[in-house]
Design a protein around this ligand. Structure first.
Ligand code: SAM
Length: 296
C-alpha cells in the first residue's frame, strides 16, 4: 500500500471509499511524512515494542508504527474506517485493529495479554476533546505505560509542560508532571492535516516516571487542593482553599501549613511547585484534619 504520509495517497484512499469525515470523532488526518517520522523517533519505537495506537484514522501513522514496532494494536471508534484500515494495512502482519471506543477498552488487560504486563508505548493523534480523559485515565489507573507520544492542541501541550509562575501553569501541568516528564517534540501547523483543523497542534512525549519523584500520601486530597487553588486563580491560596466547597480546612490551619513550608501567607497557587503541593497536602491531611471518607 502506498505511503499515506503523502497527501495524494490519502486523497486517493478517501476518494476510493467516498469517505465522509465525522466531526463528532474529531477526524483530521495527518499528511506529512516529516511529522510522522518525528513522532516515530520521539516515541523511540523499536522492533521489540508493543504499541497501542489510539484513533488510527485511515492508518497513516499505523503504517509507520508497523514498520518500526514488533506489534501494533490500533483502536478505532468509527466503523466506516474499519474496512479502509483492512485495505491500507493489508501489507502488515504485525497489526490488529480493534473497533471500539478507547474509553471502553481494558488497556491493563491488553498490556497483560500482549506484552506480559510490561510497560507499553502509546501513540495517538486524538480528537482534542478526549485527550485529557485518556491521558489521565492511563496514568490514574496505573496501566503499565512507558511513554505516551501524542498530538494535541498546541495550547494543551504548552499547559502540560508549563512551570510554576507562568500563565500556562495549572492543574493540568501538575497532574501530568506528577506522573510523567513532558517534552514538546514538534509544532505542527494546520496544513499538515486533511481537513485542516482551526487550531495549531503539537506533538508531546510524556515519559512516565519509573518512580514518582514527588509522592503525596493522599493523591486524591492533593489533586483536590490543586484544583481548588487554580479554580480561584486570583485569590490567595489561603482564601482559595478556605472557600473551596469540597475542602474542610480552616483559614488558620491553612496559614499554619503555609508557614511550616516557609511560604508567604499571601502566596498564590500558581507559585507552588508540585513538591510543595504534595507537602501542603500531607500537612493538611495529617490524621484528624480530614474526616474519614471525605475523599474517594
Ligand atoms: N491517527 C490518524 C492520523 O493521524 O491521521 C487519525 C487522527 S484523527 C485526529 C482522530 C481519530 O481518532 C479518528 O480516526 C477518530 O475516528 C478516532 N477516534 C475518535 N474518538 C475515538 C475514541 N473514543 N476511541 C477510538 N478512536 C477514536
Amino acid at each position: 500500500m502506498a505511503d499515506l504520509g503523502k497527501p495524494q495517497n490519502t486523497i486517493a484512499v478517501l476518494q476510493k471509499y467516498n469517505f465522509n469525515f465525522q466531526k463528532k470523532f474529531g477526524q483530521n488526518f495527518l499528511v506529512d511524512a516529516r511529522v510522522l517520522d518525528k513522532i516515530i523517533s520521539a516515541a523511540e519505537i523499536t522492533e521489540t515494542d508493543f504499541v497501542l495506537e489510539i484513533g488510527p484514522g485511515i492508518g497513516t501513522m499505523t503504517q509507520y508504527l508497523c514498520e518500526n514496532a514488533r506489534e501494533v494494536i490500533a483502536v478505532e471508534i468509527d466503523r466506516n474506517l474499519i474496512p479502509i484500515l483492512a485495505d491500507t494495512l493489508s501489507g502488515y502482519q504485525n497489526v490488529e485493529v480493534i473497533h471500539e471506543d478507547i474509553l471502553k477498552v481494558d488497556i491493563n488487560r491488553l498490556a497483560q495479554e500482549r506484552n506480559q504486563g510490561k510497560p507499553i508505548k502509546v501513540v495517538a493523534n486524538l480528537p482534542y476533546y478526549i485527550t485529557t480523559p485518556i491521558i489521565m485515565g492511563l496514568f490514574e489507573s496505573h496501566v503499565p505505560v512507558e511513554s505516551i507520544t501524542i498530538m494535541v492542541q498546541k495550547e494543551v501541550a504548552e499547559r502540560m509542560q508549563a512551570q510554576p509562575g507562568t500563565k500556562d501553569y495549572g492543574a493540568l501541568s501538575l497532574a501530568v508532571q506528577y506522573y510523567a516528564k513532558p517534552d514538546i517534540v514538534a509544532h505542527v501547523p494546520p496544513n499538515c492535516f486533511i481537513p485542516r483543523p482551526k487550531v495549531g497542534s503539537a506533538v508531546i512525549r510524556l515519559t512516565k516516571h519509573r518512580e514518582n519523584n514527588v509522592q503525596a500520601k493522599d493523591e486524591t486530597l492533593m489533586f483536590g487542593i490543586i484544583r481548588a487553588s487554580f479554580n480561584q486563580r486570583r485569590k490567595t491560596l489561603v482564601n482559595g482553599l478556605y472557600h473551596a466547597p469540597g475542602l474542610p480546612f480552616g483559614k488558620e490551619q491553612i496559614s499554619n501549613a503555609l508557614e511550616e513550608l516557609g511560604l508567604r501567607p499571601d502566596v498564590r497557587g500558581e507559585a507552588l511547585t508540585l513538591g510543595q503541593f504534595a507537602e501542603l497536602s500531607d500537612l493538611l491531611g495529617k490524621a484528624g484534619n480530614v474526616p474519614k471518607g471525605h475523599f474517594g
